[in-house]
Design a protein around this ligand. Structure first.
Ligand code: SAH
Ligand code: DHB
Ligand code: MG
Length: 222
């Protein structure tokens, strides 16, 4: 299969079903001008996250890995009335750009950013009694995805959904001999899911403008 077709289909789908409005376009431009890496979710993936959060009727969303706030905007728009999104970002310069992008999208009042490595900002969040979160998107440093999943699970309610990005990694997910810590972590995430009676999950492989990768989706038991 020709990877250029993956991009063409992403563009076709995005044009009809996940078009950018001014704020999303400006977020990408602001991120580009700020020199951020172009690793945000694709438009169809952003729309998928938004649909999932809407299915959840989400009033509380937690995001690991803000970057320039592109996925944050898709998710923030899914919040139901009075809802709130907390997004965690380790890089203060990325966070500054994200803050501007999020404000431009009119989401400044409903999105709260916590700046610092997530493992350092999570304890404060816990002590404040944050959550339970209706929807969690895990998309920060992949080596810690299992830790973030464990935290999210403890701060979920029956019916919550947890989604993790970049789990398939060009198919290396299936390589038990991989020495890549990101691959090992995503395999550990799958083992945790398999062993955890409180969740039911699956992983869907994706191709598109971002290459060959995939999402893990987990539903916390009722
Ligand atoms: N969710 C974004 C993309 C996130 S890219 C989108 O789709 O638009 C991953 C982000 O995680 C980067 O911005 C990176 O700085 C951040 N990150 C890396 N390590 C982190 C950590 N320990 N805690 C929080 N964020 C981290
Ligand atoms: C990277 C991070 C992501 O979240 C992603 O979707 C793609 C690439 C990266 O760190 O390279
Ligand atoms: Mg990602």
């Amino acid at each position: 299969m020709d990877p250029s077709a993956w991009t063409a289909v992403d563009e076709y789908v995005a044009g009809l079903l996940a078009p950018h409005d001014e704020a999303l376009q400006a977020a990408l431009m602001g991120s580009d001008e700020g020199g951020l890496p172009k690793i945000q979710v694709s438009p169809p993936q952003g729309k998928l996250l938004q649909l999932l959060a809407k299915i959840q009727g989400a009033r509380t969303i937690l995001e690991f890995g803000t970057l320039g706030g592109y996925s944050t905007i898709w998710l923030g728009r899914a919040l139901s009335e009075g809802g709130k999104l907390i997004t965690l970002e380790s890089d203060p310069q990325y966070a500054e750009i994200a803050r501007a992008n999020i404000a431009r999208a009119g989401l400044g009042d409903v999105v709260e950013m916590r700046v610092g490595p997530a493992l350092e900002t999570l304890p404060k969040l816990a002590s404040e009694g944050a959550g339970p979160f209706d929807f969690t998107f895990i998309d920060a440093d992949k080596a810690h995805s299992p830790d973030y999943f464990a935290w999210a699970l403890e701060h979920s309610r029956p019916g919550s959904m947890i989604v993790a990005d970049n789990v398939v990694r060009d198919g290396t997910l299936a390589d038990s001999s991989s020495e890549d810590p990101k691959v090992q972590a995503q395999r550990r995430l799958h083992e945790m899911l398999a062993a955890e009676p409180r969740v039911s999950g699956t992983t869907i492989q994706t191709v598109g403008g971002k290459g060959y990768d995939g999402f893990t989706l987990a539903l916390v038991s009722k």
